[in-house]
Design a protein around this ligand. Structure first.
Ligand code: GLU
Length: 512
């Protein structure tokens, strides 16, 4: 293994949108490959045609591209081991070749049982409360090339009887293998069933196909979800029986992503219930039309999404949290990936986006905000860079800028009712009147100056600033919260602020 070029693959099945856990698998594989100067490959595992979903492969490609996870070989790019879709690889007879080799070596066999016969066997065993597996014991009661005579097998084959190829898993043998995250794993072969390797339509199952392709594509590390751990012993046996244990990739089974409360696997339903996406991009189910929401459309930066994913199960040490893809590449190792499930924290996810939002320059934000305003038909002379500087302090997402700051562009037509009820009275109205006059006389209208004038006016009238501060904010913005008050006042400018105060006095005069 020592001198092999490091090569990792992401091998999704195009059965629907990739869950964020899938993209994490891609990310970790990419990081490891790049950390060691190796290759990252996208392979499409589409051997289960019944689960094939139109558009799913494009979704995978688009998701990786959005995340900045680049591939060295893929169905679209091609590469030295093309094609990269298993359905297309099947044409060369490669999977059958390996299956035949296993049969010839006495490690796999043909099973002619009909699906009904297999079901009946399972029912029988279920009724007897015995593990209902096709295995070293039950295979003896079934119709396969181990129980039938050579003649009978020949006859069945000549008659074109459909059959599957199964792995002949030995009885009561210890299977040991090393997982880079979990260390040594020991499993007794009695818990492993005789997995189908080749289906009756000639298509390989995942169990055979991924091994053949990992061998052919010279994969050095196979990273996948924890759900594959129970099948791993069967995979180890296949390598052993092929005599290729020496080039078997090192397996890494990643921990599950858990619900925010740590209680079970994170699912789309948790996301829907708690209001966060579990997919990288929006996905519209081609059959039902149902839309699953994605991080991209929810306003996350791809850099934030990738950063969130990286820390689900991996910890670079030193309390490091914010990292670019290339910084992660420098630091990544499987030794620091945890065995136990990674709890997903939706609030922390938002926090990450906020950090990336704050990293944007005001000019970058202003450009995006200008487009948003244009779509809304807003024409403005307000200094957008300054507005963005103020708005980004309190937002987690760019799309909140409009909700939090529309008053910069459109004067209020209504006023926060609670604040008015609590604070609007003869004395405060007199204060607003007085303040309006004082502002009219200011020759420079900076945050510092408007604040000093505000305080001086309150003091002169014997009112505590705190009593009228929020009312003042409501008079000019309509709402009780928002950006730093006097910065906001400076940005709106003297004419606009005076005009809004006069309007508020008029609009509110009847409400005392
Ligand atoms: N095609 C498998 C899946 O979609 C990939 C598992 C693996 O990476 O080996 O889960």
């Amino acid at each position: 293994m020592e001198n092999r070029r490091v090569r990792l693959r992401y091998a999704p099945s195009p059965t629907g949108p990739q869950h964020m856990g899938g993209i994490r698998t891609a990310l970790f594989s990419y990081l490891y490959a790049k950390r060691h100067g190796g290759d990252f490959i996208l392979r499409i595992e589409d051997t289960d045609q019944t689960r094939f979903v139109e558009g799913a492969e494009d979704y995978i490609v688009e998701s990786l591209a959005w995340c900045g996870i680049t591939t060295d070989e893929s169905p679209a790019q091609g590469g030295p081991h093309a094609p990269y879709r298993q359905s297309e690889r099947k044409e060369s007879g490669i999977y059958k070749k390996y299956a035949d080799q296993l049969i010839a070596g006495g490690h796999a066999y043909m099973a002619f049982d009909t699906p009904e016969e297999v079901d009946a066997m399972r029912e029988r065993l279920d009724a007897a409360k015995v593990a209902s597996q096709y295995n070293s014991i039950t295979r003896q009661t079934m119709r396969n090339s181990l129980t039938l005579s050579e003649d009978e097998v020949k006859k069945l084959l000549d008659a074109g009887t459909p059959y599957v190829v199964r792995l002949k898993v030995p009885r009561n043998e210890e299977i040991r293998f090393h997982d880079i995250i979990r260390g040594w794993v020991v499993v007794n072969s009695s818990t492993v069933d005789d997995k189908v390797l080749l289906k009756s339509d000639g298509m390989p199952t995942y169990h055979l196909a991924h091994i053949v392709d990992d061998i052919e594509m010279k994969i050095t590390h196979a990273v996948r979800g924890e759900e594959w751990l129970p099948s791993a012993p069967a995979h180890i046996l296949v390598y052993r029986y092929l005599g290729l244990e020496n080039i078997m990739p090192e397996y890494a089974h990643l921990p599950l992503l858990l619900k925010p409360d740590g209680n079970g696997k994170l699912s789309k339903r948790d996301g829907d219930r708690l209001g966060f996406p579990t997919f990288p991009l929006d996905w519209k189910d081609p059959k039902t039309g149902e839309v699953s929401s994605g991080y991209r459309e929810k306003g996350y930066y791809p850099e934030a999404f990738v950063n969130i994913l990286a820390l689900l199960g991996w910890n670079p040490g030193n309390n490091l949290e914010l990292m670019t893809l290339s910084e992660m590449t420098e630091l990544f190792s499987f030794e620091r990936v945890s065995k136990s499930g990674a709890k997903f924290d939706p609030e922390k996810a938002k926090w990450f986006n906020q950090q990336y939002l704050r990293k944007q320059t005001n000019a970058e934000l202003a450009k995006v905000f200008a487009e948003d305003l244009e779509k809304r038909g807003i024409k403005t002379t307000v200094n957008l860079e300054k507005a963005c500087e103020l708005l980004k302090e309190k937002a987690h997402f760019m799309h909140e800028f409009w909700n939090n700051g529309s008053f910069f562009f459109v004067p209020p037509t209504s006023y926060d009712a609670d604040v008015i009820k609590k604070r609007w009275n003869e004395q405060s109205a007199a204060f607003i009147t007085e303040l309006t006059e004082a502002y009219k006389n200011l020759s420079t209208f900076t945050a510092a100056e408007t604040e000093a004038t505000f305080k001086a006016t309150a003091e002169k009238m014997g009112i505590g600033s705190g009593q009228v501060m929020q009312l003042f904010r409501v008079c000019i913005s309509g709402v009780g919260g928002g950006p730093i008050l006097f910065e906001m006042v400076e940005l709106l400018g003297k004419e606009e602020v005076v005009r809004r105060l006069e309007t508020a006095l008029k609009n509110l005069s009847s409400q005392m």
